[in-house]
Design a protein around this ligand. Structure first.
Ligand SMILES: Nc1ncnc2c1ncn2[C@@H]1O[C@H](COP(=O)(O)OP(=O)(O)OP(=O)(O)O)[C@@H](O)[C@H]1O
Length: 447
């Protein structure tokens, strides 16, 4: 398919000047009186790939369906390229849509499926055939035009759905978990292809997913949603490296969250351990919350420093509150230059090891150790005494705020959850979305 992307395509003309700019203001939506969406403002640029990322039930689909016109907002406006479309029906918004379950007509050929929206729009036959041919070439399915959907793999069916949506040349394409039904390998391949197509044609894409890896890999920007609101909007790099809230830190990737009190020396006292954090934005004696990514923590065996082959950081991140009294404390047995614990378990994940380090008070640290090749040693096994260290520069300072709805309590173990996971959500099918049957949605509408 990559070759097709590189080829000289004419089908998907770039949208006209300014086409594809979406402005959302003060948007509220809900069901049976219960508000599930509350957005102050969201501006999506022309040609942008924006992912809407969040846990199940946070309102992603409601937001997408509000943009599409399937859900009627209770307040606010949606403006596409300067036109207020809030009260327009789906087929008059000039949008395309791709669903998780492909929503293809099983009795029609691939070509007929792709042409469907063009027929509804009454394009003449020659124009239809030309657009279908080129759309199929764009998604790498030339030669499949006469097949039926059931003669195609899942990935191929999803490409047909994409071709169908693109054939009408929408200024904005909405994608609702379109890769969720594909296996992990195909899903990764399709990601690359989807991004390549998007770059090639310049269509604004709004992509709903609960898979953080997918959002990071695909997007220009990611809107991280929680409880109907956007908690952070930023580039993949920003939301990962500088999460604005505890929720974002724990939902995107994994994070060991530590809460404590700021000491006179400007560090953080976490249950008797002093964590070197760099400058903290709160005063002495005040409460602060910080996060440390598992891949930023290094381990060495307690008795033989450096002997595991696992790289160690400078011994500066952690020390006892009073170095003169390097005695056991409530959080763990302190040693110079790190915090001591015992490996609870280690799990091999192909490119890395996941290690849980249990401290004396039951607190758990999640550590990720990259497998760097044939020469690299495995991390210590369960029951091994270890010392964990990290560089203060790698400590993420989070604003102390309310407990995240889905977050675990800090210091109790599974706070270093990996983020969104990648299981496919149950397939609700297009019938579960009002007006989302094939052909009824915006992808076949007159723009
Ligand atoms: N048709 C409906 N009637 C009543 N409540 C609904 C309806 N659709 C969604 N909800 C509720 O609205 C909230 C947001 O749902 P929405 O489908 O937008 O979430 P989501 O983030 O897309 O979740 P998922 O990832 O599981 O699809 C949820 O609490 C859900 O139960």
């Amino acid at each position: 398919m990559a070759a097709a992307v590189e080829s000289d395509l004419r089908l998907i003309e770039l949208p006209g000047d300014g086409a594809g700019h979406v402005e959302i203001e003060g948007l509220a939506a809900g069901y049976e009186g219960a508000r599930v969406l509350d957005l102050e403002r969201l501006s999506i640029r022309k040609g942008e790939f924006l992912s809407i990322l969040g846990p199940s039930g946070c309102g992603k689909t409601t937001l997408l369906n509000s943009i599409a016109g399937f859900v009627r907002p209770t307040a606010g406006r949606i403006v596409i390229d300067g036109s207020d479309v809030t009260d327009r029906p789906p087929y008059r918004r000039g949008l395309g849509m791709v669903f998780q379950n492909y929503a293809l007509f099983p009795h029609m050929t691939v070509a007929a499926n792709v042409a469907y929206g063009l027929r509804v729009r009454r394009l003449d036959r020659a124009e239809r055939e030309e657009r279908v041919r080129e759309a199929l070439r764009l998604v790498g399915l030339e030669g499949y035009a006469e097949r039926r959907p059931k003669q195609l793999s899942g990935g191929q069916q999803q490409r047909v759905a994409l071709a169908r949506a693109l054939a009408i040349r929408p200024a904005v394409l909405l994608l609702d978990e379109p890769l969720s039904n594909l296996d992990a390998k195909l899903r990764r391949e399709m990601r690359v292809e989807l991004r390549a197509i998007q770059r090639r044609i310049g269509t604004t894409m709004i992509f709903v997913t609960h898979d953080q890896e997918e959002a990071l890999a695909l997007s220009d920007r990611v809107a991280v949603m929680n409880g109907g609101r956007i908690e952070q909007l930023g580039t993949p790099d920003e939301v990962y490296r500088r999460p604005a809230t505890r929720f974002v830190a724990q939902f995107i990737g994994a994070a060991n969250v530590l809460e404590g009190t700021v000491t006179a020396s400007g560090e953080l006292d976490v249950g008797g351990i002093t964590v070197g954090c760099g400058p903290l934005p709160v005063g002495v004696g005040e409460h602060a919350v910080v996060a440390i990514r598992p891949e930023r923590i290094r381990l060495r065996t307690a008795d033989e420093p450096g002997s595991t082959g696992i790289p160690d950081t400078p011994a500066s991140a952690l020390r006892t509150t009073d170095p003169a009294e390097a005695s056991p404390n409530t959080a763990g047995v302190e040693t110079a230059g790190g915090v001591a614990g015992t490996v609870g378990y280690r799990a091999f994940a192909g490119d890395a090891w996941h290690v849980e380090v249990r401290l004396a008070d039951g607190r758990a640290l999640s550590v990720q150790s990259a497998d760097t090749g044939a020469g690299s040693a495995d991390p210590p096994g369960a029951g091994t005494p270890v010392v964990a260290t990290w560089d203060p520069a790698d400590v993420i300072i989070l604003d102390a705020g309310p407990e995240p709805e889905t977050g675990a309590k800090p210091g109790t173990g599974p706070e270093a959850r990996s983020g969104a996971g990648s299981e496919a959500k149950p397939d609700t099918g297009p019938a579960a979305k009002p007006g989302a049957e094939p052909g009824a949605g915006p992808e076949v509408g007159a723009g």
